[in-house]
Design a binder for this molecule. Structure first.
Ligand code: CA
Length: 219
């Protein structure tokens, strides 16, 4: 998995590079938009982490140019700007995710894992764990060969958990996957969806990791 970091803040870029390499990622780093576009044209990174405030051009312009060449290359935006407008604009320009500075490394890692899983499931649309199968193309879920009726949010939640089976997914990550920016969320909404899923899947399929989040065990 090769990650391209586009960031002119050198200490931050170095920190990111070290942390990501420790996780086993291959990491490249450029400091401006022009070099970023050059690398994307020649090296095909798997994921781009793109700062919006670059010295030579606005990160959103860089993102638009990336999208003209590739609609599927995952891009995570980094920004010091924190308004809803900027988030909406970034997502409208085709960003896959968005992190406001300062952010926790664990959060960037969690988001990268999500994108990674998404890349990994492009080849196989069907995820099967134990006797539960989830088809990401038809959005059909079966347990013990019986089709389940899930709400949209239940499906999205189960898909996130099954795509990252074997790993704990934090509440924050699940909520971020489940709700759009600015969407009002009740504090126990996630628990309610998990409760409904357990009723349909059996109580053991989704494990609670206390104080952290949830996971689906690989079998
Ligand atoms: Ca910057």
């Amino acid at each position: 998995m090769q990650i391209l970091i586009v960031e002119d803040d050198r200490p931050l870029a170095r920190g990111l590079q070290t942390a990501l390499q420790k996780q086993g990622y291959t990491v490249n780093h450029v400091e401006n938009g022009k070099d970023c576009l050059h690398v994307i044209a020649t090296e095909q990174p798997d994921i781009v982490v793109l700062d919006l405030g670059l010295p030579d051009m606005d990160g959103l312009i860089v993102l638009q140019k990336i999208r003209k060449k590739s609609t599927s290359l995952p891009v995570i935006l980094l920004t010091a700007r924190d308004s809803i407008d900027d988030k909406v604009q970034g997502l409208d320009c085709g960003a896959d995710d968005y992190l406001s500075k300062p952010f926790e490394m664990t959060e960037l890692l969690a988001r990268l894992r999500v994108l990674e899983r998404r890349l990994g499931t492009i080849q196989s649309a069907l995820i099967t764990i134990g006797d539960v199968s989830l088809d990401t193309t038809t959005q059909m879920v079966t347990a013990k060969n019986h089709e389940l009726e899930l709400s949209r949010k239940e499906y999205m939640l189960l898909k996130s958990l099954m795509e990252s089976a074997g790993k704990v997914i934090t509440r924050a990550t699940l909520e971020a996957r489940l709700y759009s920016w600015g969407e009002e969320v009740c504090s126990n909404a996630l628990e309610v969806h998990i409760h409904h899923l357990r009723k349909k899947l059996g109580t053991d399929f989704i494990k609670t990791v206390r104080g952290v989040g949830y996971k689906v065990q690989l079998t």
